[in-house]
Design a protein around this ligand. Structure first.
Ligand SMILES: [Zn+2]
Ligand SMILES: [Zn+2]
Length: 127
């Protein structure tokens, strides 16, 4: 699979409860199923979503991209709980593309929410 933003090859990530590919260039992550709740997979996402390398130009502004599966234009989405995170989903296969760091933002936001509720439980789980 080729990255829809920077055209670098993407590597599929093994050992996850969901299907994901990460771009070897810009660090963007493609989820084959945008219906998964990233908030349920915060720990896994923390390990796959490496932040963008400092010397790498950001592709965050590039929004007119096509699905790496179907080649149809992706739709821009905004996470309703975190309006600064914009991502793209495919209307056909329901895959979703996140720029480097965006998935982490989403999952960390929820972790913080949960910390407020059950601080001790979360702290144990993260160890
Ligand atoms: Zn890329
Ligand atoms: Zn698609």
């Amino acid at each position: 699979m080729q990255c829809p933003k920077c055209s670098t090859a993407m590597s599929s990530l093994e050992g996850l409860a969901f299907s994901a590919d990460r771009c070897n260039g810009c660090g963007g992550v493609w989820l084959s199923d945008s219906d998964i709740d990233v908030k349920d997979h915060a720990v896994a996402i923390d390990s796959i979503d490496t932040s963008i390398p400092k010397d790498q130009p950001s592709f965050n502004e590039l929004r007119e991209i096509n699905c790496p599966n179907c080649d149809v234009a992706l739709m821009k989405m905004v996470d309703l709980t975190q309006l600064n995170v914009e991502y793209e989903t495919c209307p056909d296969c329901r895959g979703a593309f996140f720029d480097a760091g965006e998935l982490k933002d989403l999952s960390e936001f929820t972790l913080l929410e949960r910390l407020k509720l059950t601080w001790e439980t979360v702290r144990t789980n993260l160890k």
